[in-house]
Design a protein. Structure first.
Ligand code: PLP
Length: 447
């Protein structure tokens, strides 16, 4: 017999992503009811600025009628079209072309997925097939960064380097390798940008040597590591890693699932440093979270090698919902909105956000402030000199999240005392200032 209370129904039936099931059962769900612009309202009528754009995805902000219209129009006209059997739909074809036109370099070929995890899975399949086509099937070892996040599928979770995605799941797999990250605030080589770049380059070289150049396939990187705590590499780091991948003959994969679509300023963060990856993944901001969609971008070399390698045989990789026409129609409209003011506003709002967070650096709890554009974090410590983290036993992140919520702000409170920010690009000056004020109030209550 089902209870009629939503909280009880949730407790009894809905399995939540990345949650302590027992902790969630005790705490109970908070139900979000509606949203407009950068403001979300819960079922009790409490209003908050969504400082995290859902899950770093609602880049355009909530309540755009034109996006709703685009989806509804497409659902009325053609709610589904498969890409199998050489079929297609107009919005999917147009979106692929528009994206290819804007992607870095010669990333001219777009494969649509449902989100980021299956985009990462797809890159692994494409890369394996690429080397198979080149007659180098032994190149089957994959490298990623400590504190990286590349999704939650079995293979993606193995490229991910966050312990909760591994423990109990039998990953990473034996062909998945990690090298240390660039985390400037807590880096054994110190915070000097050149030292950090040199250490990362040396670590990648050493890892490829250990694996064997004839075995190493690809290196995965987020232009800014998101779920690892918004870790921003020093300027020049991406370029140095790209160059060393070229030199070592391994593919460079940029995972732009968070950083894409204006989060750091431009449409793609790779453009910040003039990087052209061999493959690139996106999701989240692609449809601004209104409907699910992800995309893998393939360079000419990768695409043409795979196509030639297969010849007339079918390449056995595809999903029922690849290039879903409704998601594609939403993607086209979201792209139009980005280019009609949203990206520009995001750059302005991002500068204000970063300036506001830097002012919080004087607060006794704030050890580090980092970010770029509308993607930022502050790292809380109890002792600035020693960089002592908040005591984990008291579950500070849950308490800070709750306090911020009561203060009218949704933020991401990572378990290690890092507070993450990724507000919608549509934020006004007043909303950015409110994010900073409400954070300050939350920190004062945490002292
Ligand atoms: N890659 C990165 C960098 C991500 O941040 C995420 C999700 O947060 C993913 C991949 C997985 O995306 P999804 O949750 O859409 O499967």
């Amino acid at each position: 017999m089902l209870s009629n209370s939503l909280v009880e129904l949730d407790r009894a039936h809905l399995v939540h992503p990345v949650a302590s099931y027992r902790g969630h059962e005790r705490a109970g769900v908070r139900v979000l009811k509606s949203a407009k612009g950068a403001t979300v309202t819960d079922a009790t009528g409490h209003q908050m600025i969504d400082g995290f754009a859902g899950l770093w995805c609602v880049n355009a902000g909530y309540g755009h009628e034109s996006i709703v219209e685009a989806a509804a129009r497409q659902m009325r006209e053609l709610p589904y079209a498969t890409g199998y059997f050489s079929l297609g739909s107009e919005p999917a074809i147009r979106l692929a072309a528009e994206l290819a036109d804007r992607a870095p370099g010669d990333l001219n070929h777009v494969y649509f997925t449902l989100g980021g995890s299956d985009a990462i899975d797809s890159t692994i399949r494409f890369i394996r097939y690429y080397y198979h086509s080149l007659g180098k099937p032994a190149k089957d070892q994959f490298i990623s960064l400590e504190q990286g996040y590349h999704g939650s599928s079995t293979v993606g979770a193995g490229l991910t380097a966050l312990p909760i995605f591994h423990a109990g799941f039998g990953v990473p797999l034996d062909w998945q390798h990690k090298i240390p990250t660039h985390y400037a605030y807590r880096n054994p080589v110190g915070s000097d940008p050149q030292a950090i770049i040199a250490a990362s380059v040396a670590a990648l070289r050493a890892k490829v040597e250990e694996i064997g150049a004839d075995r190493a396939a690809a290196f995965y990187v987020e232009p800014i590591q998101g779920s690892g705590g918004v870790l921003v590499p020093p300027p020049g780091w991406m370029k140095a890693m790209r160059d060393v991948c070229t030199e070592l003959d391994i593919l460079f994969v940029a995972d732009e699932v968070i950083t894409g679509f204006g989060r750091t300023g431009p449409l793609f963060a790779c453009s910040d440093e003039d990087i052209v990856p061999d493959l690139m993944t996106t999701a989240k901001g692609l449809t601004s979270g209104y409907v699910p969609m992800g995309a893998v971008f393939l360079s000419e070399r990768v695409y043409q090698t795979i196509a030639d390698g297969a010849g007339s045989a079918a390449i056995g990789h595809g999903y029922t919902y690849s290039a879903h026409p409704v998601s594609a129609a939403v993607g086209l409209e979201v792209l139009r909105l980005y280019e009609n003011g949203l990206l520009e506003n995001g750059v302005k709002a991002g500068a204000r956000l970063m300036a506001g967070l830097h002012k919080l650096a004087a607060h006794p709890l704030v050890g580090d402030v980092r970010g770029r554009g509308m993607l930022a974090a502050i790292e809380l410590v109890v002792d600035k000199e020693r960089k002592t983290p908040l005591p984990a036993a008291a579950d500070p992140s849950r308490r800070i999240f709750d306090r911020a919520w009561d203060n009218g702000l949704v933020i991401r409170a990572f378990g290690n005392g890092v507070l993450g920010y990724a507000p919608p690009l549509c934020c006004t000056d007043a909303e950015i200032d409110a994010i900073i004020d409400r954070t300050r109030r939350t920190l004062d209550q945490t002292l």
